[in-house]
Write a new protein. Structure first.
Length: 320
């Protein structure tokens, strides 16, 4: 066998993988602490969920409601109802709509299915009421409808991306989607789009073509911006390393970065030598650390780093 690496390194990489001895008690404790939802611990999940809801509520109170930017969802419908029946503020209509949807959810869906979605619906209504009380805004805070539209799209897009990334939702029309998915054959995406288009059409009629067309732009921009933020949040780096000192790199990945790696064997077409290939999925910061370590350890190493926004498995995202 021709040698790209020593026979001893090949043997050690094959029969002596880097591993830490974990007692059953430690493993049980770890499983308890890392009770995850979407790859996050419960405190992380709960914190991220509420931050996303706060951003959505701030957007509704400061930018959507004063400018009548109704471009879909329960917030858009609440804005329309607040205009049609001004005796009640938008936050109260949010409470009414979300409570009705939550009740329907508990009637038609399993409790464990609806629980977090119900919480998100009620919490979003509560945050909206809180911010209406703290910031009694009745007109644009910037005086520029285009600038308000940008923030009316960006803030809930960031919030929704954070919430979707942890496997939760903002509630509202998501409950309708869950009911339709379970009890009908209706194409959910088209049904929800039809509802959003109906809300936008009503906005054009009620508020005029100028505000209505801004609502159309908001509806279009919301989808693209949310998708973009989700891709950015989920992005990970798939790293492949071929070097003359794979054992040191393997130890660095496992012991210093707290990740694992897959060890495979390849054949250099040009050199005709057998090589060890280390493949590991890392965060962007971890990938940068690995690249610097490998360059210091073996300046002649070959490193390939590619981006991926869908990594499913232990340490990243759950299968479901």
């Amino acid at each position: 066998m021709e040698q790209g690496v020593s026979a001893e390194e090949v043997r050690r990489a094959t029969v002596e993988p880097v591993a830490e001895v974990v007692t059953p008690a430690e493993e049980a404790r770890s499983e308890k602490l890392v009770k995850r939802r979407g790859g996050y611990t419960f405190p992380q999940f709960f914190s991220i969920l509420n931050v996303g809801l706060v951003l959505t509520a701030v957007s509704l109170v400061l930018f959507k409601t004063p400018n009548h930017l109704a471009f879909g969802g329960t917030s858009g419908l609440a804005i329309l109802l607040g205009t049609a029946f001004p005796v009640l503020p938008v936050s109260v209509w949010m409470w009414v709509l979300n409570i009705v949807l939550v009740v329907l959810g508990f009637i038609f869906l399993e409790r464990k299915t609806i629980l977090w979605t119900a919480y998100a619906s009620i919490a979003l209504s509560a945050y909206t009421s809180l911010f209406e009380w703290l910031f009694p805004v009745t007109q644009s805070i910037t005086g520029d409808l285009w600038l308000d539209l940008c923030f009316a799209v960006l803030l809930p897009a960031v919030g929704s991306a954070m919430i979707f990334d942890i496997g939760a939702s903002t509630g509202g029309t998501d409950i309708t989607a869950m009911i339709l998915r379970k009890h009908t054959d209706i194409e959910i995406g088209k049904a929800l789009l039809a509802v959003d288009l109906g809300i936008v059409a009503a906005a054009i009629i009620i508020y005029g073509p100028r505000v209505g067309l801004y609502c159309v732009l908001g509806l279009l921009g919301k989808s693209f911006v949310v998708d973009g933020f989700i891709e950015s949040i989920r992005q990970r780096k798939v790293c492949q390393v071929i070097c003359s000192r794979p054992r040191e790199v393997e130890e660095y990945i496992v012991k210093k970065l707290g990740r694992t790696a897959t060890v495979t064997f390849g054949w250099g077409a040009y050199s005709g030598k057998r090589v060890i290939i280390l493949t590991s999925v890392l965060s962007r910061r971890e990938a940068m650390k690995l690249r610097l370590f490998v360059r210091e350890t073996d300046p002649g190493a070959f490193i390939t780093i590619t981006s991926s926004s869908e990594i499913v498995g232990k340490g990243f995202r759950g299968v479901n």
